[in-house]
Design a protein around this ligand. Structure first.
Ligand code: HEC
Length: 120
């Protein structure tokens, strides 16, 4: 009986996880490894203007995570900002648009930034 109970708990948890993945569509941020996210940021030249822990041309990724902590709308807003570019939130300097960047990659890198840019 106990065994049966445990296995149905495991099955239910599996269903919940599957549901979340379906909801997050193509790129569940939880499945992104920090190394992958960092590679995406490097490959797309984000690191030419951003660093994890200090301001360069743009704000540091840690400053960004701090500013949007607890903001449920931040992922969508920042994904749009990376794709379309813009200015005025951190100062006068604009961030260029990244319209040819893969939307799954944008989602991954924004999710990683908002998670505090863990090194691993
Ligand atoms: C040419 C320099 C440059 C590049 C390249 C660049 N950024 Fe930015 N980024 C900026 C600047 C400047 C800002 C501040 C914009 C503002 O004040 O609204 C910024 C802001 C941001 C923000 C915060 C936006 C907000 O509204 O708070 C995020 C997130 C971000 N960048 C991510 C990225 C990612 C991911 C990439 C690579 C795909 C990237 N940036 C490439 C210069 C750059």
């Amino acid at each position: 009986m106990r065994q049966l109970f445990l296995s149905s708990v495991v099955a239910a948890t599996g269903l919940v996880a599957a549901g979340q993945n379906a909801f997050a569509a193509d790129a569940p941020t939880s499945a992104v490894s920090p190394a992958d996210a960092m590679n995406i940021a490097r490959k797309n030249a984000c690191m030419g203007c951003h660093a994890v822990d200090r301001k360069l041309v743009g704000p540091s990724f840690q400053q960004i995570a701090e500013k949007y902590k607890g903001d449920a709308k931040a992922p969508a807003r920042l994904e749009g900002k990376v794709r379309d570019g813009g200015s005025g939130v951190w100062g006068m300097l604009p961030m260029p648009s990244h319209r040819s960047m893969d939307s799954g990659d944008i989602k991954k890198v924004v999710g990683w930034i908002l998670a505090g840019s863990p090194a691993k």
